[in-house]
Design a protein around this ligand. Structure first.
Ligand code: AMP
Ligand code: ZN
Length: 465
């Protein structure tokens, strides 16, 4: 397997600390609102990464956190508390907000056929672990107490800018001047580990600590949860590109200072999905959620296929035209698979299975080239393989692609309903002698791979091979 590593800025051969076992940490959602489809693109990428590694024979132990405390709107220590903002918006408690949006997130990832991580833990359930780590960071001199809060001193960690590949000046350019800076910090890049001086009225999530009652900074949760469930060494850590700085940069600084050695070998980041106006947002313009797509007639797996058709390290622009094209492609794909399933002829050809599985693996091993992996699926469908061979390969590939290609699903039912509806419309058109419309309906279906046959008993359909 070869993967692009943000740490080295190179595509590298992948190896693990322990043979055959991958310890993988993926930053989870901040549960103050629904996930937008951009967020979900990152989780699809992580799912493909996990399933590709499993396809190649690795045993993957994946941990994910649920951020329900400490995340500010600025991604640093300033701005508003995201959870508090959600609670105010909906006149609920932060706990109610967290429970509701965690449930919504789980439902989204289930719909996208994203395998649930082995361990999913709430940030607010691990306060003791963060306190233990912060104590060690203070003892070792990496952290300091100022103005009632505890900060990490980035000047004590020489590799602080390694992951982002930037320097302090670069990072300070673009920092908005109107964002109030915390005057207690020694260095503007220092970040909060523990806050005792809540600037938010009625802050509910607060806990006792040796430094006073308060709450943890955002970054310590991932270091803490990863340490607790995956131990001192991590193989892969993932997130979207916006996580590179400051979140992952800060995670590395605090974890490695706490542990006293290198922590994680591979840092993999998914590029953003943008909308036509640029950056995707939960507050401006149309808030693109999976439910919104569903309400417009796009099955969640159409969105999954849309993501798989591009490389995870390329920016992707969302449009309804692209969704429409992907929906058609998906229906056609399902139609082709259905016609093969209805005709299980021939024998399993082991040499061909080996050949195509090898090609599929090579696509995944090439820094997760999912678009090529999908092309290999099409190659199989078009090939001279027996139907038994094709079915075997479709099932094999779908263990990674997870497009429900062989499942009797709601989508198939939707497709059948759609075809039957079109046949009804065509019959009506014929009755009204509107042959132009009748032919158009027949041709549109044919484009989707559905062939209509008229007989005295009525109209039937088959999926073209
Ligand atoms: P959040 O819930 O804000 O913590 O973000 C959840 C995940 O979505 C993180 O891994 C982010 O890096 C990622 N993310 C945020 N915006 C986008 C986007 N537009 N496209 C892809 N991933 C994103
Ligand atoms: Zn994280």
């Amino acid at each position: 397997m070869k993967l692009y590593n943000t740490l080295s800025k190179k595509v590298e051969k992948f190896s693990t600390y322990e043979e055959g076992i991958v310890k993988m940490y993926t930053c989870g959602p901040t549960v103050y609102h629904f996930a937008h489809i951009g967020n979900l693109r990152t989780y699809i990428f992580e799912d493909i990464l996990q399933k590709s590694l499993e396809y190649l024979g690795y045993d993957v132990k994946r941990v994910m956190n649920i951020t329900d405390v400490g995340h500010m709107t600025s991604d640093g220590d300033t701005g508003e508390d995201k959870m508090q903002k959600g609670a105010l918006r909906e006149h609920k408690t932060v706990y109610e907000i967290a429970a509701f949006y965690t449930e919504a997130f789980m439902s989204d990832i289930d719909k996208l056929n994203i395998k649930r991580p082995t361990i999913i833990e709430k940030a607010s359930d691990h306060i003791d672990t963060y306190i233990e780590m912060i104590k060690v960071l203070l003892e070792k001199g990496y952290a300091y107490q100022a103005g009632g809060n505890i900060y990490f001193d980035v000047s004590k960690f020489p590799n602080y800018y390694e992951l982002s590949g930037k320097n302090q000046e670069d990072l300070l350019v673009g920092v908005r001047e109107d964002v109030e800076e915390d005057k207690s910090k020694r260095n503007p890049a220092d970040f909060g580990l523990w806050f005792t001086l809540s600037k938010f009225e009625n802050q509910v999530m607060q806990w006792d600590s040796p430094w006073g009652r308060g709450y943890p900074g955002w970054h310590i949760e991932c270091s803490g949860i990863s340490y607790k469930y995956l131990g001192e060494y991590l193989d892969i850590h993932c997130g979207g590109v916006d996580n590179i700085f400051p979140h992952h940069t800060n995670e590395i600084a605090q974890s490695e200072s706490f542990l006293g050695h290198k922590w994680c070998n591979y840092w993999c980041h998914g590029e953003h999905l943008n909308d036509s106006t640029g950056k995707m947002s939960k507050s401006k313009g149309e808030f693109l959620t999976l439910s919104l797509l569903e309400s417009k007639g796009y099955n969640s797996l159409v969105y999954r296929l849309f993501c798989l058709n591009s490389h995870y390290r390329s920016q992707l622009v969302f449009s309804y035209e692209a969704m429409e094209a992907t929906k058609n492609a998906y229906q056609k794909l399902l139609g082709k698979v259905a016609s093969i399933r209805n005709d299980r002829s021939g024998q399993k050809e082991l040499d061909k299975i080996e050949k195509y599985e090898q090609k599929f693996k090579e696509a995944l091993e090439n820094d997760l080239n999912t678009a090529n992996a999908v092309t290999i699926l099409y190659d199989v469908l078009k090939s001279d393989c027996s139907n038994e061979t094709k079915l075997y390969l479709i099932e094999s590939f779908d263990s990674v692609l997870s497009l429900d290609l062989l499942k009797e699903t709601k989508i198939e039912k939707e497709l059948e309903d759609y075809i039957e509806e079109q046949i009804r419309k065509r019959n009506e058109a014929k009755k009204e002698k509107n042959y132009e419309l009748a032919d158009k309906i027949r041709n549109d279906l044919l484009e989707k791979g559905v062939e209509l046959k008229d007989s005295r008993e009525g109209t039937t359909y088959t999926f073209r091979k």
